[in-house]
Design a protein around this ligand. Structure first.
Ligand SMILES: Nc1ncnc2c1ncn2[C@@H]1O[C@H](COP(=O)(O)OP(=O)(O)O)[C@@H](O)[C@H]1O
Ligand code: SF4
Ligand SMILES: [Mg+2]
Ligand SMILES: [Zn+2]
Ligand SMILES: [Zn+2]
Length: 450
């Protein structure tokens, strides 16, 4: 804890309280996503719920095929459809803006978060049904009109992927790819930085609209039209400056040179830094990082992790960090949710889950460290694989692999429930026969290990 604002918050006993009272930045509620396949409906995400709070890093961990990527992509409505179907649930997102009192550094007014909620446009902050009485703008990402979603995508929510090679456009130099994000979402600030105002401002809505289609054309329109032409050099310089700044933040060597390179001229680690620069250029409220280091070698992996953590602290954004590696998630996240076969099976503070894992699956994940996984992300320590989720029957989805499985596990779905403390787990080992409504002899016990 070297962060002065947070330390101060702790010392005076609860500046963070304002942030705590706030509705979470994002709430996933009973999310269901299915795929139509020849074999039937694959229930890839099947009733998943979790919150992401202001400024926190939440880890989502589980083996390959558990539904992590599909969950993450639903935030930006990027699940391919067809064959994907949004079968139910909500992904609620509450956009933030920079705190004007402290300029983002963290103060009493923003509860140390550096960001404050934007007011619900319907009730203007007094509370209504649309914002669940919170007064905060609340967007259901699965239902919001495409136009509003485009404003959120890459701006309030940004995503980095496992394979930056695929996410970057091979035909465009780095500068142009980052500039595109700035053109679309930060045109006004861009003009301000270039020292261009008023008269040129009328061009901005046009520029933005065009930029959504093609940034090259947009740039030409802006620069080719008076009074744009007059300002073209200044605008070009402002873009270059901003892009270089974003790259420099990722501590990439030689940002000015990288900026003029094409993706194929960069190493994997550098490409991932470019992706991070692009994602953070607009200072998003939420960064979704889906296995961002899996394709990198171990030393570079460690540096990228450190970088994400550092940038998260500086920008005060929230992070959804996805990985199949529990040890790694424990390093970067405050809380963790363990996902198995389309469900969350356990969640809690990372340290607690790591120290005292409760679900047999989480225990298996931990036992798999340090040999962890083979190159395809399969676990070595738990036998078997994630089941095919075609029309699943009521049962614990882990039963075929669980050393404690008993008859109840094969016929009843264990609910995700907190028992002793704030540590929800979905396993009958933590439930009584009465709670489950099952025969005592059909319940699993720790002694009943196979
Ligand atoms: N395009 C698709 N078509 C059919 N099934 C898919 C598709 N994408 C994902 N799935 C299914 O969803 C499950 C979860 O996938 P995914 O979210 O990528 O897992 P993870 O990221 O945890 O490895 C997969 O096991 C697969 O069965
Ligand atoms: S004991 Fe039963 S409910 Fe718990 S994980 Fe094993 S199979 Fe599932
Ligand atoms: Mg994935
Ligand atoms: Zn503030
Ligand atoms: Zn409202």
């Amino acid at each position: 804890m070297t962060d002065p604002a947070r330390t101060l918050g702790e010392e005076v006993g609860g500046l963070d309280a304002a942030a705590d009272r706030r509705a979470p930045l994002a709430s996933v509620q009973d999310l269901r996503i299915q795929f139509r396949t020849k074999a039937g409906r694959v229930h890839a995400v099947d009733g998943v719920s979790f919150d992401i709070r202001d400024g926190e890093a939440l880890g989502l961990v589980g083996e390959t095929g558990c539904g992590k990527t599909v969950t993450a992509r639903s935030f930006l409505r990027l699940v391919p459809s067809p064959p994907g179907i949004y079968a139910g649930g909500r992904v609620q997102f509450r956009p933030r803006k920079r705190c004007e009192v402290c300029g983002g550094a963290g103060c009493g007014a923003c509860g140390g978060a550096g960001r404050v909620p934007t007011a619900c446009p319907r009730c203007r902050g007094t509370g209504c049904s649309e914002c669940n009485l919170s007064g905060e703008e609340t967007v259901d990402l699965l239902r919001v009109p495409e136009r509003r979603l485009r404003e959120i995508r890459g701006n309030r929510i940004a995503m980095i992927f496992q394979d930056p090679g695929k996410a970057l456009n091979p035909a465009l130099p780095v500068k142009q790819q980052i500039a595109e994000v700035l053109h679309v979402h930060r045109s006004e600030e861009l003009l301000r930085r270039a020292g261009i105002d008023s008269d040129a401002g009328v061009l901005m809505p046009l520029l933005r609209r065009m930029a959504e289609q093609r940034s090259r054309r947009a740039e030409r329109v802006l620069l080719g039209l008076p009074p744009g032409r007059r300002h073209s050099r200044r605008l070009g310089a402002a873009v270059a400056e901003w892009v270089a700044e974003s790259l420099a933040e990722t501590r990439i060597a030689n940002p000015r040179k990288v900026m003029n390179s094409f993706p194929h001229e960069l190493s994997g680690g550098m490409k991932q830094r470019v992706m991070i620069a692009q994602a953070l250029a607009c200072d998003p409220d939420l960064l979704i990082a889906d296995e961002p280091t899996t394709a990198l070698d171990v030393t570079i992996q460690a540096r990228i992790l450190e970088l994400i953590r550092e940038l998260q602290d500086r920008h005060r954004s929230s992070v959804l960090y996805i990985s199949h590696d529990l040890a790694l998630v424990n390093q970067v996240s405050d809380r963790v949710a363990v996902m198995y076969a389309g469900r969350i099976v356990e969640s809690g503070p990372s340290q607690a889950v790591f120290r005292d894992p409760r679900h047999p699956y989480t225990r298996g994940l931990l036992a798999a460290i340090p040999t962890a996984t083979d190159e395809r992300g399969r676990l070595m320590a738990i036998e078997g694989t994630v089941p095919e989720l075609v029309d699943p029957q009521p049962a614990c989805r882990f039963h075929a692999r669980c050393p404690y499985a008993a008859p109840a596990c094969r016929t009843i779905d264990p609910p995700l429930r907190a028992h002793r403390d704030d540590r929800p787990v979905a396993c009958f080992l933590y439930e009584s026969a009465e709670e489950v409504g099952a025969d005592r002899s059909s319940m699993p016990t720790w002694a009943g290990r196979r």
